[in-house]
Structure formats: structure tokens, C-alpha cells
Design a protein around this ligand. Structure first.
Ligand code: COA
Length: 335
């Protein structure tokens, strides 16, 4: 069975907030933010909901692949900022698309959410349970930011990205309808992990109990982060994860055309490139205009690359996500 990404899409909210805009409302500067992170602006949702952004990204992925929503067997959304506790963002997307034949659910793996969702879809597709999956990362992070905490709120943005993934049986009539079949092997290898013991270095508490036993309910909670600990985690875990996934795929760093990393911080990306002894030009960047959009960052970047024509059939690409949980996940794909 060959599992391939056959379409991509993304949606970024209409409103753009630059570092200078932030400097108008808090004690920060473009110089501080850009020099430490590479971020210059981000999109923030105003009217857009997580489900709206996700379904817009999904629509574009379906359009890119030329597939109707009725052909989708499953929808998985990586998100920590769904609009509702229930229904899930994935069920809302199903409704908005009219994807009546799909099973739909969310995955909470923070910034590794899209990669976890992709790996989950891969498992269903490779075992023949389903054929076609919409895999999304969608976040409205600005609603869980403490806008008085300049050390976190300047880092994040909102948006959604989608990949349509399909399984092809080698040699089948279904596969032969696609003229590129046989020339690419699709998703080649995955590697993922979690470290719950370090989870509190990047956290956002959920709704708290407000039953009659509680004296002071309704304490609001926002994202809280030990930036330096997260940084140390990222620059050690990501290169190790990439080495492991490359070993599983039986190829080396030199075989990779692009490393599509979670877009948290330019310094993290540069450090990962250095540790892998890979040319930093192989690490495309979108965080300059998106900020960190958690689960959405990898699929948004992938879609930007796809639409710019950067991805050619047969190119080998590494994708890697990392973040809250703590969680991480990497994949090797042949485009
Ligand atoms: N503007 C201006 N000053 C700020 C600021 C802002 N937006 N945010 C924090 N500061 C100040 C702090 O108050 C502190 O001041 P003090 O020394 O007077 O107390 C100082 O800047 C800290 O600066 P520095 O030590 O240079 O911070 P840093 O090098 O650790 O950089 C991060 C901070 C957040 C950019 C960095 O730790 C990081 O990128 N970590 C990873 C975070 C991440 O990517 N998380 C998501 C992963 S999915």
C-alpha cells in the first residue's frame, strides 16, 4: 500500500498584526521579537473560528486534489483550540464540507498535532480500513494567550493547514487512474514520542471545576511557558527524532530536499540545521509572517511550498513537529 499526500490547503486570518503594532500596546519592540525569534508579523483571528479556518483549508486541499468531500473517509484535526469541547473541530469541519461519509475526531498533541494526526491517518490507510483522509492542523491560539504576558503572546498566531492523504494499492485499477503512481512511494517512515513528565514547561490549564464544593471557581488560564526549557527540548529532541526517522526510511540527511519543521523560532530551526549538518537553505520558513501557529504550522508551510511549485515528484522531504505535552513527531515522505 502506498499512502500519499495528494492535495494541500491553508487559511490564514484576514487581520495581520506586525511587531510594531504589538509595540503600540505592550512594552516590546520589533528588534526584540525579530532578533530572538525571526517573527515579524502574525495573523490573528477576529471573526474566524477554528472550525471555519480548518474547513477553508480543507476545501482548498480537496480542490487541489480534485476530490469531492463525499470521497473523504476520515477527518482528523490536530488542535488545542477547538471552538467547542464538543462537538470536535473535526465534526464541525465534516458538517461545513458536507463530508457525510467521514468519521471525524480531533487530536491534542499541541504543536505536533498535525504530525500525530498524519501518523494516525497513515495507520488507518495502510491497514486498508480507509482510503482517503483529510488531515488538518488548526489553531485559534490568540484566544488562549495572556495579552499582558509579552514573553508568550508575541510568539503565536492563528491559522489552519490541511493535507488530503490517500492510499493506493499498488497495481490496482484505482491506482492506475493516477499517472504518477509507481513513480513515488509517498509516506516512507514515521517517528514520534511524548514526555509527559516535562509537560508543565508549556501548559494551558483547561476549564476548572465549578461545582458547589468549589469556593472560588472560574480562574481563567492562559498559555504559560518556560521559554528556555522549551528551547532546550526542541534543539535536542528534533535532530534526534529526525535521525531516527531517516534511519527508519533507510536514507541520509544528504538525501533530503527540504526539512519542513514546526515554525516556533528561527533560532531553533538554525540550531537543528547545524546539529544535522544540513544546509540551512533546506529549511523553508513561514514563521516570519505567521508566527507560531502550533499544529497548523507544518501544513501551512507545506501548502505554501506546494503552491510555489517547490515540491517535485520524487523529492524526499522531512516534516517534524514538536511542542506541548511534551510531544514530537517526524516523517519522511517522497512527494
Ligand atoms: N519584548 C521585550 N522584552 C521581552 C519580551 C518581549 N516580547 N519578552 C520577554 N522579554 C524580556 C524578559 O522580561 C526578560 O527581561 P529581564 O532579563 O529584564 O528579566 C528578557 O526579555 C529575557 O530575554 P532573553 O533571556 O534574551 O530571552 P530568551 O533568549 O530566553 O528568549 C524566547 C525568549 C521565548 C524567545 C526563547 O526562550 C524561545 O524562543 N524559547 C522557545 C519558545 C518556543 O518556541 N515555544 C513554542 C514551542 S512549540
Amino acid at each position: 500500500m502506498i499512502t500519499r499526500i495528494i492535495g494541500t490547503g491553508s487559511y490564514l486570518p484576514e487581520h495581520i498584526i506586525t511587531n510594531d503594532d504589538l509595540a503600540q500596546i505592550m512594552d516590546t519592540s520589533d528588534e526584540w521579537i525579530a532578533s530572538r525569534t525571526g517573527i515579524r508579523k502574525r495573523h490573528l483571528a477576529k471573526e474566524e473560528t477554528t472550525a471555519f479556518m480548518a474547513s477553508e483549508a480543507a476545501r482548498k486541499a480537496l480542490e487541489d486534489a480534485g476530490i469531492g468531500a463525499d470521497k473523504v473517509d476520515m477527518i482528523i484535526v490536530g488542535t488545542i483550540t477547538g471552538d467547542y469541547i464538543t462537538p470536535s473541530a473535526a465534526c464541525q469541519v465534516q458538517d461545513k464540507l458536507g463530508a457525510v461519509n467521514a468519521v471525524a475526531f480531533d487530536i491534542n498533541a499541541a504543536c505536533a498535532g498535525f504530525m500525530y494526526a498524519l501518523h494516525t491517518a497513515y495507520a488507518y490507510l495502510q491497514t486498508g480500513i480507509y482510503k482517503t483522509a483529510l488531515v488538518l492542523g488548526a489553531e485559534n491560539l490568540s484566544k488562549i494567550m495572556d495579552w499582558t504576558d509579552r514573553s508568550t503572546c508575541v510568539l503565536f498566531g492563528d491559522g489552519a493547514g490541511a493535507a488530503l492523504v490517500q492510499a493506493f494499492e499498488e497495481g490496482s485499477q484505482w491506482a492506475s487512474e493516477d499517472e504518477t503512481m509507481g513513480k513515488t512511494r509517498g509516506l516512507l517512515a514515521f517517528e514520534q514520542g511524548s514526555d509527559g513528565a516535562k509537560g508543565m514547561v508549556l501548559n494551558c490549564r483547561g476549564r476548572q471545576n465549578n461545582n458547589p464544593l468549589i469556593e472560588n471557581p472560574f480562574v481563567p488560564s492562559y498559555v504559560s511557558m518556560d521559554g528556555q526549557e522549551v528551547y532546550k527540548f526542541a534543539v535536542s529532541t528534533v535532530p534526534a527524532s529526525i535521525h531516527r526517522v531517516l534511519e527508519k526510511a533507510g536514507i541520509g540527511v544528504e538525501d533530503i530536499k527540504y526539512f519542513v519543521l514546526h515554525q516556533a523560532n528561527l533560532r531553533i530551526i538554525q540550531s537543528v540545521a547545524k546539529r544535522l549538518k544540513a544546509d540551512v537553505d533546506k529549511f523553508p520558513v513561514s514563521l516570519d509572517h505567521c508566527g507560531n501557529i502550533s499544529a497548523a504550522s507544518v501544513p501551512v508551510l507545506l501548502d505554501e511550498m506546494n503552491r510555489k511549485g517547490m515540491l517535485k515528484q520524487g523529492d524526499k522531504i522531512v516534516m517534524s513537529g514538536f511542542g506541548g505535552g511534551l510531544t514530537w513527531a517526524s516523517a519522511v515522505i517522497e512527494w
